[in-house]
Design a protein around this ligand. Structure first.
Ligand SMILES: [Zn+2]
Length: 88
């Protein structure tokens, strides 16, 4: 997969709005890519175009090596959850 997303990649996700990316923490156009539930609290995960593309690539690679068999959204949640545990 390429380093930069193809032009049509933007349209694979909907609901782009101004917000903060959970991954790079930059404020830009983000889209909701999943939901992380901790106890009874659900948090929407939003990522920028570059990070959404990176997550798709990581997901693609993980699938290729059978590390992950779920959807890209489930992968993003697992990724965010792991990141949260590392930060704790
Ligand atoms: Zn980002």
């Amino acid at each position: 997969m390429d380093r930069n997303p193809p032009a049509e990649f933007y349209h694979r996700y909907t609901g782009w709005k101004f917000g903060t990316c959970f991954k790079c923490e930059r404020t830009s156009q983000v889209t909701t890519i999943g939901e992380l539930t901790v106890g009874s609290v659900a948090v929407q995960l939003a990522a920028c175009l570059a990070c959404t593309w990176k997550l798709e690539r990581l997901h693609h690679d993980a699938r290729a090596t059978s590390l992950h068999t779920g959807t890209a959204a489930a992968f993003a949640v697992a990724y965010a959850s792991a990141r949260r545990e590392l930060a704790a």
